[in-house]
Design a protein around this ligand. Structure first.
Ligand code: ZN
Length: 182
């Protein structure tokens, strides 16, 4: 039995909220999961596909794409942007673990549309005295950014299989996946 704190009523149970972390709940879930012994024995994705997607909590990629554990590599970051680190993962995914196709998923109402690169840099510099060495890679046009990410992947000499790279925008209101064509 997992102990839950009613977050809609912080006054009630505020004391417990301080000591019960979400992670404790997740660890208990993992214990229950272990008992079921649902395991996949190979690290090579069965569907030979890698999905690059935003980290947004509403994007249930398994449900949306009809995937199950063992089927695909899921590579996620803020925005689902094809950063150097995504290229790193795709390189390993294809060269060492056998994937051949790449799906990109951005989505409507993305947090990356709500602030600018300059705003974040100014905020970080003001609060910490340090400018980040990385770019936040914010964007204002979803489809344009999907195309930009597809182009980066197709331009990478490290990613050998670039024939099947397709990009999509998932509409979080309509629950519809729409393809972005180059
Ligand atoms: Zn997002």
């Amino acid at each position: 039995m997992v102990h839950r704190v009613d977050v809609t009523n912080p006054a009630e149970g505020a004391e417990e909220a301080a000591v019960v972390s979400v992670i404790d709940e997740l660890v208990r879930n993992a214990t229950e999961h272990a008992a079921r012994r649902d395991r996949v024995r190979t690290p090579r994705p069965a569907r030979r596909v890698a999905v690059v997607a935003c980290m947004d909590a509403r994007l249930d990629l398994f449900a949306i794409l009809g995937l199950k554990p063992g089927d695909a590599h899921l590579i996620r970051n803020a925005g689902g942007v094809a950063t150097d680190d995504v290229i790193r993962s795709l390189t390993i995914s294809q060269r060492k673990l056998g994937t051949r196709e790449i799906v990109l998923v951005h989505h409507t109402d993305c947090g990356m549309l709500t602030f600018t690169e300059d705003e974040l840099r100014a905020e970080l510099l003001a609060e910490t005295g340090i400018k980040p060495s990385w770019a936040a890679e914010t964007f204002t046009d979803l489809e344009l950014d999907v195309r930009s990410s597809m182009k980066r992947i197709r331009a990478s000499p490290f990613v050998p299989y670039r024939e099947h790279v397709r990009g999509f925008v998932y509409d979080v209101e309509e629950c519809v996946l729409r393809e972005t064509f180059a």
